[in-house]
Design a protein around this ligand. Structure first.
Ligand code: SF4
Ligand code: SF4
Length: 382
């Protein structure tokens, strides 16, 4: 395996023609991006039943399956664990996914988003056994699960299932490496202990690492003027031996070009660079009010339809760039045009959907306090 083969195309954040509607994919731009990615010898695409409300799989069929020979690319898809209500659901979803994609086997298949509540759903539906059978029948070449919870739960799942799976997909980046909630390092080490391949999601933490405050961007620029922040983040993940795939969700051509350059001219992270990233992680940690990765899973879960990640983005901006006209955005664009943050009823439905384990209702309360009391943008970290 070369470092080049570690660059995967994440299809959770595809280019859109309407920023407000995740089902409106810019198919023309996506096709062009796929062509460039394939031309440069890359071939791995990661999607799920849920991405873009089910449209990611269809867009992938149009961009890849209908335009390239089957053996020239690899597709990973994922079971919607949160929607499993019976053993029969496994087959129902798998058939639907194969149909949406227009293929008859998956190169990689995961039980999606294992966390404490959804692990129970997967267990009740016997999904790991079902996925094992998929591999035996050749419907999936490699199998595993994606994971969003503490290392303690990962240990429990691996003790039970490490023998039947090939891969674990975890969130791993230099900010979360020692984070007490995400525990990237501990999760990675558990996978290594069990001899499993690690696939990495959120290497840029949903863009949070690259959209750093100006002082951090300046330090990166001074440290290495010709390297992008994204390239450091991707190299941090891909330099680890057991990491066999690093996914990047790209919705702009220049992001793809930068990432191609990173992997075609791959340099393993030096000790000096590692130390530098550790320092940047500490600074970033101090400057982020809420570590939302903007995955959007909570939005559909919220019965009040509160645009949660948009509020969290503004909250973060208020901490680092209070000079920006964020109060207008808060009151006019979000509270008036969409749903006010104080309409949260504390029902808690969003909690099990949050990939970053954020106490969403508690932080929404802080967001309200922050903006409603006028000028107190430094309300403190959640
Ligand atoms: S707790 Fe609040 S934000 Fe979460 S789902 Fe309920 S109403 Fe929505
Ligand atoms: S609050 Fe959690 S679920 Fe919602 S977008 Fe942010 S990280 Fe994702």
């Amino acid at each position: 395996m070369t470092y080049k083969s570690k660059f995967g195309f994440g299809c959770m954040r595809l280019p859109q023609t309407d920023a407000e509607d995740p089902t409106k994919i810019d198919q023309e731009l996506f096709n062009e991006m796929v062509d460039l990615y394939m031309e440069h010898g890359f071939n791995y695409f990661d999607t799920s039943y849920a991405y873009h409300n089910g449209v990611s799989e269809v867009a992938l069929r149009k961009a890849v399956v209908e335009r390239y020979p089957r053996e020239s690319y690899k597709i990973c898809d994922k079971m919607p664990t949160w929607a499993l209500t019976s053993k029969e659901d496994n087959e129902k979803f798998v058939n639907e996914m194969l149909e949406r994609l227009g293929i008859d086997y998956f190169d990689v298949f995961f039980v999606h988003n294992i966390n404490t509540p959804w692990y129970k759903l997967a267990e009740n539906a016997d999904s790991f056994e079902y996925v094992k059978n998929m591999k035996e029948k050749g419907i999936a070449k490699k199998i595993g699960f994606s994971f969003h919870d503490h290392a303690e739960l990962l240990e429990e799942v691996l003790d039970k299932y490490a023998d039947i799976i090939d891969i674990v997909q975890i969130q791993l980046n230099y900010l979360d490496w020692e984070d007490p909630v995400i525990e990237s390092r501990k999760c990675y080490e558990l996978c290594v202990k069990h001899g499993l391949d690690v696939y990495v999601m959120e290497p840029l933490k949903g863009g949070l690492l690259v959209n750093a405050p100006d002082n951090i961007k300046k330090e990166f620029n001074e440290f290495s003027p010709n390297k992008s922040i994204a390239s450091f983040a991707l190299r941090f993940a891909a330099s680890l031996d057991n990491v066999k795939m690093v996914l990047s969700g790209m919705n702009q051509m220049d992001h793809l070009i930068d990432n191609i350059n990173t992997f075609e001219n791959f340099e393993v992270l030096s000790d000096e660079e590692n130390e530098f990233l550790k320092k940047m992680a500490e600074k970033l940690d101090e400057s982020v009010a809420v570590a939302c990765s903007e995955c959007g899973y909570c939005i559909d879960a919220c019965p009040e339809m509160i645009p949660i990640p948009e509020y969290f983005t503004l909250y973060n901006i208020s901490k680092n760039r209070p000079e920006e006209d964020i109060y207008k955005l808060y009151f006019d664009k979000l509270a008036d045009e969409k749903v006010p943050a104080d309409e949260c009823t504390y029902c808690g439905t969003c909690l099990e959907h949050c990939t970053q384990q954020i106490d969403i209702p508690e932080v929404l309360e802080k967001v309200c306090e922050n903006f409603e009391t006028g000028f107190s943008p430094y309300a403190g970290s959640p």
